[in-house]
Write a protein that binds this ligand. Structure first.
Ligand code: ADP
Ligand code: MG
Length: 243
C-alpha cells in the first residue's frame, strides 16, 4: 500500500532524511519510534508531499511519484490517498465540529452537502462526538479536538492514515480516549503509519515497529522483537530510557 524508495530530504544544508526505504502492506499498522529530531515527522510529511522529498520515490496504492519530477496533479493524487492526523489537531477554529469534518467532503470530494452531512455525522458518532456537532474547537477538550481531527481524516476514506504524535499535546488524562479511538480505527483494517512516544500503545497495536535515528531506519521488526529483544544497542538504550 505504501512504498518509499530511497527518500532523501535536505532543509538547506541539513540532511534530515538519509535514504529511507519502507514498505507497508494493506491493513498493516506500523509505528515509528525514535528520538526527537530524528526525522519522523519529516518522513510522514514527505509521504503525503506536505514536504517535497529532495529525491526518492513514493508509491501509494499503485500511484508512483518520483519526487524529482512530481507534477501538481501527482501531489494532489497522493494527498487524496492519504489522511493525516496532526499533533496540534490543525482544526479550523471558525468552523463547527460538523463543518470541520464536512469541508473536505464538500470542497475536495465535491459531495453534495446533504450526503456530506450524513456521512460526517456517522463518523462523528463513531468517535463519540455526536453530542458536539455544533460546538467550536475552542469549546472542546484537547481529546475531543483530536477526535475531530481523526474523524476529519477518516471522512475522506483515505487508503492510508498517517498519525504524527496524535497524543503528544494532550493532558495525560485525555490520552486514553484518543488512543482508544485510534485502536478502533486500526481494528477496522485500515493501513496506518503512526509516529508515537506511547510505547505500550505501539506495542499493543503495531504489526511492525520502526526505530529511526538521525534520518535513518536503524532497526525494524515485530513489536515483540523490538521490545523484548532489540538487536541494535541504540534501540535498547532508547527503550530503556523511555520505559
Ligand atoms: P522528529 O519528528 O523526529 O522530531 P523532524 O522531522 O521534525 O523530527 O525534524 C528533523 C530535523 O529536521 C530537525 O533537525 C528539524 O529541526 C529539521 N526540520 C524539520 N522541519 C523543518 C523545516 N520545515 N525547515 C527546516 N528544518 C526543519
Ligand atoms: Mg515530530
Amino acid at each position: 500500500m505504501i512504498k518509499v524508495e530511497n527518500i532523501h530530504k535536505y532543509f538547506d544544508q541539513q540532511h534530515v532524511l538519509k535514504g529511507i526505504n519502507l514498505s507497508v502492506k494493506k491493513g498493516e499498522v506500523v509505528s515509528i519510534l525514535g528520538p526527537s529530531g530524528s526525522g519522523k515527522s519529516t518522513l510522514l510529511r514527505c509521504i503525503n508531499f506536505l514536504e517535497s522529498p529532495t529525491s526518492g520515490i513514493v508509491e501509494i496504492n499503485g500511484k508512483k511519484v518520483n519526487s524529482e519530477s512530481a507534477s501538481k496533479k501527482d501531489i494532489l493524487d497522493v494527498r487524496t490517498l492519504t489522511g493525516m492526523v496532526f499533533q496540534q489537531y490543525n482544526l479550523f477554529k471558525n468552523l463547527t465540529v460538523l463543518q470541520n469534518v464536512m469541508i473536505g467532503l464538500t470542497s475536495v470530494k465535491r459531495i453534495n452537502p446533504v450526503e456530506a452531512k450524513k456521512k460526517s455525522i456517522e463518523i462523528l458518532e463513531k468517535v463519540g462526538l455526536q453530542n458536539r456537532l455544533n460546538h467550536y474547537p475552542v469549546q472542546l477538550s484537547g481529546g475531543q479536538q483530536q477526535r475531530v481531527g481523526i474523524a476529519r481524516a477518516l471522512a475522506l476514506n483515505p487508503e492510508v492514515l498517517l498519525f504524527d504524535e496524535p497524543t503528544s499535546s494532550l493532558d495525560p488524562e485525555l490520552v486514553d480516549e484518543v488512543l482508544t479511538v485510534i485502536k478502533d480505527v486500526a481494528n477496522e483494517g485500515n493501513t496506518m503509519l503512526i509516529v508515537t512516544h506511547e510505547l505500550n500503545f505501539a506495542r499493543e497495536i503495531s504489526d511492525r515497529i520502526i526505530f529511526m535515528e538521525d534520518g535513518l531506519i536503524l532497526e525494524e521488526g515485530s513489536a515483540e522483537q523490538i521490545f523484548s529483544n532489540p538487536s541494535v544497542e541504540r534501540t535498547k538504550k532508547f527503550l530503556s530510557k523511555v520505559l
